[in-house]
Design a protein around this ligand. Structure first.
Ligand code: BG6
Length: 341
């Protein structure tokens, strides 16, 4: 039932404090993470030569958001594959690889074909899905259910944030034997617990984001620049705009801005820049300055209290979001972009 909401997508966006709570339920202990579906395979995963994330659409974007912290906490190289592209190339997969398949439905055809391919090549296959009993859940060697509750909206929202949280928990579990990252892991575990309340806080921007969306109705196109942990946020935010507002939108790596996209910048093209606090903050500040220099029409997403850092307010709109551990920030930052289309 949609209840008081106009669409299932809207309902599912607002359900996220709850869906994230159910995703984490029983899995976070004081200073560790317990994932029943993975625990017998952690040793094999830790010894793998490479972890490959495989998915389509929003599920691929969720894996892309998880990539930096999985690399950081596991020390294992993580590569990314869109399922269809892996199949087109027949890319190399080895017995020493761990292939992680991410799919809300667990039934996406390309993802399942890529799974067959990875099984034939002898990789350990791990599933991350929302659907108990799905083909993906049955055919992988092991995995984790995201437990976000049934997602009816075609444009994925609550599954995206729960997928990121599950992959954060996976990274914590895989990296649990490393002493050097213990303090970092503890900080992330603490912030995971407070994530649902921070998500409730950012959902209050709903009205403000709808106003912003109204102001963009006449435009042809929208760019979204992100980097580091929030490169995925840029891709996923742009995908939501395409799918829901049926407007052209592109997510771009801010580090690539000067290698082409800068040529598009003028006073009319709206550009969202994600510039919340993390190790890339000063680089994003210089991106913002370059865009101001070209009189770009900017909308900057920054951490609460940082509005004054984004440059002349008259030529720029600001979205202030609550801050969490840098690697969990994509869970917060996508929410204003989910509500706006
Ligand atoms: C697409 C949907 O067809 O499939 C996307 O429109 C979704 O929203 C993608 O992300 C992948 O689906 P799944 O179920 O494999 O996560």
């Amino acid at each position: 039932k949609k209840g008081n909401y106009d669409h299932f997508m809207q309902k599912e966006i607002h359900e996220q404090p709850h869906s994230l709570t159910t995703t984490m339920r029983g899995r976070l202990k004081d200073n560790s993470v317990v994932l029943g579906g993975l625990k017998d395979h952690l040793k094999t995963i830790r010894h793998s030569r490479r972890i490959i994330f495989i998915g389509c659409g929003t599920s691929y974007n969720a894996a892309l958001a998880a990539r930096p912290f999985l690399e950081e906490l596991s020390g294992i190289p993580v590569s990314m594959e869109l399922a269809s592209d892996l199949l087109d190339r027949q890319g190399p997969i080895y017995r020493e690889d761990t292939a992680v398949f991410v799919s809300q439905s667990g039934e996406t055809a390309d993802t399942l074909l890529a799974l067959e391919y990875a099984l034939e090549n002898g990789a350990l296959c791990v599933g991350v899905t929302n659907t108990v009993g799905s083909t993906l859940a049955r055919k992988t060697h092991c995995g984790v259910h995201i437990n976000a509750g049934c997602e009816i909206g075609v444009a994925s929202t609550k599954a995206y944030t729960s997928q990121i949280v599950v992959m954060a928990m996976m990274a914590l579990a895989i990296g649990a034997d490393r002493i050097s990252t213990q303090a970092r892991r503890q900080d992330i575990i603490n912030d995971l617990s407070s994530l649902p309340s921070k998500v409730s806080e950012v959902l209050k921007l709903d009205g403000e984001m709808r106003d912003l969306a109204e102001s963009l109705i006449q435009t042809q196109s929208l760019l979204v620049f992100g980097r580091g942990y929030n490169y995925a946020t840029a891709l996923e935010g742009a995908l939501k705009v395409k799918e829901v507002a049926l407007m052209h939108s592109e997510g771009m790596l801010a580090g690539e801005m000067k290698h082409g996209p800068l040529a598009l910048v003028d006073e009319t093209l709206p550009i969202i820049v994600i510039a919340t606090r993390d190790a890339c903050f000063s680089k994003q500040q210089s991106v913002i300055q370059q865009l101001h220099a070209r009189k770009g029409r900017l909308i900057v997403m920054c951490s609460k209290g940082d509005a004054s850092t984004v440059g002349p307010m008259e030529s720029c709109r600001v979205i202030e979001v609550p801050q969490v551990a840098d690697c969990l920030q994509p869970v917060i930052n996508i929410i204003p972009l989910q509500v706006s289309p």
